[in-house]
Design a protein around this ligand. Structure first.
Ligand code: ADP
Length: 626
């Protein structure tokens, strides 16, 4: 397979590859982009779903924690008040003759206890209608000078005879708590159980004078006060110590750090089924619609059952966590879209590039096929021409031989008649015929030079050059050329054709000298890597640089060679022969004037493995002929 054929096959193969890839890319590109989009969306949805689940779980856990904390805080704060009131009632019980100053001293520290929501602490005594005035007198006598009891219609009055306000507002001093069922209920329970008891939720009697907007649902804690041992009335109930607690203030202030404003809290008294009463409803913000996050529990507080409900507000969600899965969903969908778009753009641009490659390959293939056709036609034409030239030249030679033969016959016949004119004509006929013979020989040589197989053999250049020089110069009587040659190597070449090359070059070097001067010629050879460089240099008329390449074309002659015989075929023959051997030939300037013709030949492989370098010294064949 020729190199051209191999190249063509390579191009065709890569074109086919491009076509297959292109087809795969074209059909697969959109599918690949769609698949990427689908996978991206599925992954995004799965990730967002998992995130939403995790967020839901986290919100549930947060609400559970909140409920636990709120319940603990609320129970703790309630217990603190109950316990304090219990201790206070025990302390009051130890006083044999409780006065306003004693009460003042006992309750003095309450202001500093940070009892959120507590409005007032008061001492309440029981009295029937018959003893109302006696009670007033007695307690005025104990230091409550401004006491004015205000009895209501009741079997048992419950007068507030001592008070300490903890909210700076007016007190319940002198009020008859029998006016409300809630405090009396709590006091009755306390008396019955001997424990601190909480009341039903209600608006404190002292608060009922306030504007409605400032009234709050409250409850009271009632602790029974028993006379301590060692006193005259030991073990008897002296009255009650009451603590008023405003529901919203209590919840708000105690739960503030626990709820952090993210919870709405509702506290309801559910002790009596069907008579639920709201104690406090603390609204920290807009409630979240998610009913799932609603939490409730119950706790026991001083004999009552309270229901605690918490609900997350919009601030519970304002951390942005609950929308994170939506953000992930949006970003993931966007990223998938972008990725799919990118893949589509890449694949389609790859398709376009492949299509362009395919077009270019098809054009290249067509070009190669066209060139192959042209080359084949040219080779055929060349063979035809060479055959034609060979046949024509050969056929032209026979008539010339006939002409020469008859010329000699005519000369012989006219030999005795010395007709100068006829002899001159005959001589011109012979010269012309010889020139034509030369031309035909050169044509035949030219046709044969680039074709046919080479008969390679070892050629001793020393001998070859010596023979040519002898042949060319032995008959010369004047202007014998001076030819120098170094010791030349043995090369492997077709001996006849190599002879033609050297004969042409040496012949030209002898011929193209200024008229009347003798030629001076140097013939040398040197190895240049894998090639021999053989040069024939002269000091003749030279060749102008612009014609040094043209002289190797058939029938081309350089300017200035008009007065010299020649056909213009010699150097063309040389180039064909040298090229046929795998070498090159060129003309250069010779230092000191004249031309130098250099041609290369591949170095013959040395069977003995010896260095095929040029032997030193002179050409023995040439020195012998000198
Ligand atoms: P020709 O038969 O004319 O010598 P060649 O092909 O041998 O044909 O040479 C082509 C032309 O190159 C010549 O006509 C001549 O002009 C020029 N030429 C060749 N050799 C030399 C040389 N040694 N010195 C000067 N000119 C040369």
């Amino acid at each position: 397979m020729s190199r051209l054929d191999r190249d063509t096959a390579g191009v065709v193969r890569s074109a086919a590859r491009s076509r297959i890839l292109g087809r795969l890319g074209g059909t697969g590109g959109v599918a690949l982009a769609c698949a990427m989009l689908a996978v991206g969306l599925i992954l995004t949805v799965v990730a967002a779903g998992a995130l939403a689940d995790a967020q839901r779980r986290e919100a549930d856990e947060r609400m559970d924690r909140h409920l636990e904390v709120v319940r603990t805080v609320l129970a703790g704060e309630t217990y603190r008040r109950v316990e304090l009131l219990g201790h206070l009632s025990a302390a009051v019980g130890t006083q044999t003759n409780l006065t306003a100053q004693d009460f003042e001293a006992l309750t003095f520290r309450l202001s500093y206890r940070g009892l959120a929501g507590v409005s007032e602490v008061g001492f309440v005594v029981s009295a029937d209608d018959a003893h109302v005035q006696a009670v007033q007198r007695a307690w005025r006598g104990r230091g409550v000078s401004d006491l004015t009891v205000r009895p209501v219609r009741a079997d048992e009055h419950r007068f507030v005879v001592l008070t300490r306000s903890l909210d700076g507002l007016s007190t319940a001093l002198g009020l008859d708590l029998a006016a409300a069922s809630e405090p009396t209920g709590a006091m009755d329970t306390a008396r019955r159980t001997g424990q601190v008891a909480a009341s039903q939720a209600y608006v404190l009697l002292r608060d009922r004078m306030l504007p409605t907007s400032r009234q709050q649902i409250s409850f009271i804690l009632a602790a029974p006060v028993y006379a301590a041992g060692g006193t005259a009335d030991a073990g008897l109930l002296r009255g009650w110590l009451l603590m008023g607690v405003r529901g919203s203030d209590f919840i708000n202030n105690t739960l503030q750090p626990a709820s952090q404003g993210v919870l709405n809290v509702t506290l309801t008294d559910v002790s009596v089924p069907g008579q639920e009463r709201r104690i406090a409803d603390v609204h920290a913000g807009a409630p979240l619609a998610d009913a799932r996050l609603h939490r409730e529990t119950t706790l026991d507080a001083a004999g009552r059952r309270w229901k605690l409900e918490i609900q997350p507000t919009d601030r519970f969600a304002s951390t942005g966590d609950d929308r994170l899965h939506l953000v992930v969903l949006g970003c993931g969908a966007l990223a998938s879209l972008l990725l799919a778009g990118l893949v589509l753009v890449l694949v389609t641009s790859r398709d376009r590039a492949l299509a362009r490659v395919e077009q270019a390959t098809a054009a290249l293939q067509a070009d190669i096929e066209q060139r192959q056709e042209v080359e084949i036609r040219l080779r055929e034409r060349e063979r035809e021409l060479e055959g034609f030239a060979a046949v024509a030249a050969h056929d032209l030679k026979s008539p010339l031989t006939v002409i020469m033969g008859y010329c000699e016959l005519v000369e012989d016949r006219l030999a005795d008649r010395s007709d100068q004119q006829v002899n001159t004509w005959l001589s011109r006929v012979r010269t012309g015929t010889r020139r034509m013979q030369h031309l035909i020989d050169d044509l035949l040589n030219y046709a044969a030079a680039g074709n046919g197989s080479l008969e390679l053999a070892e050629v001793d250049l020393n001998k070859l050059v010596g023979d040519i020089v002898t042949e060319r110069t032995s008959h010369l009587e004047h202007d014998r050329p001076h030819i120098e040659s170094g010791r030349l190597p043995v090369v492997v070449a077709d001996p006849d054709r190599l002879r033609q090359v050297l004969d042409n070059l040496i012949g030209n070097a002898i011929k193209y000298v200024r008229h009347g001067t003798a030629a001076q010629i140097d013939i040398n050879a040197e190895q240049d890597g894998p090639m021999w460089r053989i040069s024939v240099a002269d000091h003749g008329i030279g060749i102008s640089p612009d014609q040094r390449d043209a002289v190797f074309g058939a029938f081309n002659r350089a300017r200035g060679s008009e007065g010299y015989p020649g056909t213009g075929l010699g150097l063309a023959i040389c180039r064909r022969i040298v090229n046929h051997h795998g070498g090159e030939i060129r003309a250069e300037d010779n230092t000191g004037g004249g031309s130098r013709f250099v041609f290369t030949l591949p170095v013959a492989p040395d069977p003995a493995g010896q260095d095929p370098a040029v032997p030193g010294g002179e050409n023995p064949a040439l020195s012998a002929s000198k």
